[in-house]
Design a protein around this ligand. Sequence first.
Ligand code: ADP
Ligand code: MG
Length: 647
Amino acid sequence: MSALIELSNISRVYYTGDEAVVALDSVSLSINAGELIAIVGASGSGKSTLMNILGCLDQPSSGSYRIDGQETAALQPDELARLRCQHFGFIFQRYHLMGDLSAAANVEIPAIYDGAEPASRSERAKTLLSRLGLGDRLRHYPSQLSGGQQQRVSIARALMNGGEIILADEPTGALDSKSGEMVMGVLKELHREGHTIILVTHDIHVAEHADRIIEIRDGKIIADRRTRENPEQPPTHSRRSQGAASSPRGRRFLDAMKMAFHAMAGHRMRTFLTMLGIIIGVAAVVLVTALGTGTQRKVLSQLTELGVSTIEVYPGKDWGDERASSIRTLIPEDADALKAQPYIDSVSPILSASGNVQYANISVSAEILGVGESYFKTGNLKLKAGRLFDQGDIQAKAQLAVIDDNTRKRLFPHELSPVGKIIMFKQMPVVICGVLAPRTTSFGGRNLQIFVPFTTVRSRITGQETSLYGLTIRVVRQIDTRLAEGAVSELLTQRHGRKDFFVFNSDQYRKTYEKTAQTMSLLISSVAAIALIIGGIGVMNIMLVSVTERTKEIGLRMAVGARRRDIMLQFQIEAITICLTGAVLGIALALVVCALPGEDSSDFPMVLTGGAIGIASASAITVGLLFGYLPARNAARLDPVVALSRE
Ligand code: ADP
Ligand code: MG
């Protein structure tokens, strides 16, 4: 019969500083399938070291170790994990159960890494526990079980993936003699069923149960004897049919997700505090973006209200040109010439005069603007009451006035619609024919404006003076105002013989605003990004603590077959889950803030867009990925032996 396990000349040397400790010294040993072996020896003789090598948790410094004929020396960590998962069941002196998992869930762990279906693995866990007399303790947590019961849970866990070879390091060491007897009874029964059992003990009564006792001292085998001359040959253990070679990605992900939630639920307060950084960061990102979008929309709508595609022409070089008043070349005929251009929708000349306006005993200082009938359309001015003056009124030099809402408030504080009332301006009576709707925009002053046909202003106020205060031009909608501006400029230069005017394009407001808004949003976004990064550092910090704290858990998972990438995945998912949950809470917080009835909601217009929420969630996941990587890698790189022995 070929040996199941074959060690030849195995040595294991530990280096502490420059001192070498030889824990195993050229050990050769062969073990057949179905044997029950006890390894005995004094403390420090190398028993645990031998067990760790047998269980592929540790690798020898030299020598050859073959399982079922397969040499283990050349195997990668993940291949060793696979061997552990499928061939070995471990039983530890201190049980190594996970405190926050129920008995059944503890038993299931090896099957998770073997890729078994959730339903079949919980079924099997139940069967195994029932068989070990714990059928009524499935939902109990380790702390609710006695030592003997915990050890039986760990035996069930060792059997979960078949437990072809069971390695038990002092399985009765922490138990009272009665529980110890019971555990030994179970192991013997498993032996009768064909499991290969190797146990380490310093208790000679326990060792007596074995067919073969191997004694080691100072890393060397000093005795290897059989207790029974002719042990009954047990039936060869038939290996349990294995699960899928590797579990489907989706299931592995779900399992990792579940474990992450479990770990988070175990430390609720800490998890919440960790999340707080992300919550605040995400809420900041969402709110800032909402505020940005809201402000932008508000400003753009105000700009639209001011009039889109509008070009204004004034005499002089620029605003405030001292000689502007002496330039007399801009005349109504210019307006007519422009109106004939195909790219121009409408043109209105503007004449300006200021002075006191009177009604009854109220006198206010107002700006009188002589305009054409298209002025209102160009400036996007809306009527609230009455009518605007038309082409006929302009030709007739009608003494009509359209007043703005500011003027209405001052002159007619108690009347909403003073249409038909007569007001006096420089000895000229004019009849109010319309009142403009108040502007909601914050652009423009609070001055009072009264609009009169420009012909009336010219004939009755400014005298025969023909030159204009300015022109407002509305460009045909489809035409780029920049192009139109150039054409207007060229045409007027031609008419005047030189460029003695300047052109103002209302789109400049928009362009200036957009530039400012871009800078602002960049600035604000970087502040939000910094908030998120700080949150991420918090997550990383806690995850690093968590890895240190759960070193034993990680060691155990590795012992029962978790590969490095399983551990990596678990911690990465934990980080991402913290960040994503933080993101959801942060978005909720932002929604609440947005919904709060603010007194000055118009000062802080917030528009939440799907985009903002998407960006916030995406950045939270990125933060989780980035800052979860280092802790996850630290966890995955732990050495199972070191991790398991960590107190
Ligand atoms: P046993 O389990 O028989 O008590 P071990 O196998 O644990 O003995 O240890 C065998 C020898 O190797 C001891 O001298 C111990 O001090 C040493 N040893 C074990 N583990 C380490 C380690 N990680 N680093 C250094 N020396 C170690
Ligand atoms: Mg030991």
